[in-house]
Design a protein around this ligand. Structure first.
Ligand code: FAD
Length: 317
């Protein structure tokens, strides 16, 4: 079977969960081949990739791949698409992943699908378009299918692959080296999972009422081992940092469980969370549009409901 290239996302040598999801998807469609771009691959990382089905691990260890912004990774993948006669390329639908996908599509004269939430036979993707308002089935009809898949779209399932390592040297054009990374600022790693990768997200909106009251949302998130999200009304009010905004102009999340507390369910908010597997809404207004979308709804004051829920979750731990 032809190889399906999976671009590895990693932080300080640790393979991110989304890569394991992509390998799981790739396994159902062909032979998964992981592509590691940059120096620093560890024995643990290789073992992890093989554990989730990578039959081959292409290791391109050149520092150029991480010292310049995005373009070198697209060039690396373009080179591999030709040399490995790849059947498809999967990347994570992150900001960087989508940019790489677009550049790769141009380089290989191929079609690209972004924000896929599923991928099946013939590389038919379930795709969320128009700010998440419409779901369509899409298929690339030209070149090598390039698909950017949203984190948390598939549950990662381990199934050992051979993990045969192959070193790759990449020849970069001057254009790919045009934009250089000058500094990396390490973000403090909090105790909570990263918002776009979290299996559970608890979000608060204007109904939370103040920055201090966000401790109620954080309390439930911590009880569930979840990430905290916020609506734009809450971030614009300065109650929670902008980097946690979910929606059209914020982050897109696809967790297994999304709890929206004091959020009305505006279309721009839905755009960032409606592919969550299960949605729970807590709102004091029974007519709030979020209830149209929710699998479970609680009509009530979040300041009463959320602490009770937190207490109940903590009791059961
Ligand atoms: P509201 O709409 O004011 O809703 C608050 C809800 O809380 C109400 O339903 C109310 O009944 C409920 N409530 C109040 N008190 C309580 C209580 N004590 N207990 C329980 N429930 C309570 N929004 C985003 O979220 N993300 C985006 O990325 C985004 N991008 C945008 C881009 C554009 C171009 C535009 C125009 C808008 C965008 N918005 C975005 C804004 C969006 O249109 C809404 O204004 C916003 O989502 C509303 O946030 P909210 O639901 O928290 O507030």
């Amino acid at each position: 079977m032809s190889e399906i290239l999976v671009l590895v996302e990693q932080v300080e040598g640790e393979v991110k969960k989304v890569t394991l999801e992509l390998l799981t998807l790739a396994r159902t469609l062909g032979t998964p081949a992981a592509v590691w771009a940059g120096p620093g691959i560890t024995a643990e990382a290789k073992a992890r990739l093989a554990e989730y089905g990578a039959e081959k691990i292409y290791v391109a260890g050149s520092g150029d791949l991480v010292d310049h912004v995005v373009a070198p990774k697209a060039e690396l993948l373009a080179q591999l698409v030709t040399s490995a006669s790849a059947a498809a390329v999967l990347v994570a639908a992150t900001a960087e992943g989508k940019e790489i996908a677009g550049r790769l599509a141009i380089k290989t004269d191929s079609g690209v699908i972004t924000d896929a939430v599923g991928l099946g036979e013939g590389f038919v993707a379930d795709q969320s378009i128009f700010g998440g308002g419409v779901n369509v089935h899409s298929r690339v009809r030209k070149g090598t299918p390039i698909v950017a898949v949203r984190p948390n779209s598939t549950a990662p399932v381990a199934a050992a692959g051979a993990g045969v390592e192959e070193e790759v040297s990449v020849t970069l054009t001057d254009a790919a080296k045009a934009t250089r990374v000058v500094e990396r600022v390490k973000q403090e790693k909090g105790a909570r999972p990263e918002l776009t990768e979290a299996a559970i997200v608890v979000s608060g909106g204007r109904g939370v009422g103040s920055a201090e009251n966000f401790s109620v949302i954080e309390g439930l998130a911590d009880a569930l081992g979840a990430a905290v999200g916020a609506s734009r009304a809450a971030t614009d009010a300065g109650w929670y940092p902008h980097q946690f905004q979910v929606g059209q102009t914020g982050k897109t999340v696809s967790p297994q469980l999304y709890i929206a507390a004091g959020i009305s369910g505006a279309i721009q908010h839905r755009a960032g969370m409606q592919t969550a597997k299960t949605i729970v809404a807590i709102n004091k207004d029974p007519e709030a549009p979020i209830f149209e979308l929710a699998d479970y709804g609680v009509v009530g004051d979040l300041h009463q409901v959320v602490p009770q829920l937190t207490e109940e979750v903590n009791k059961r731990k």
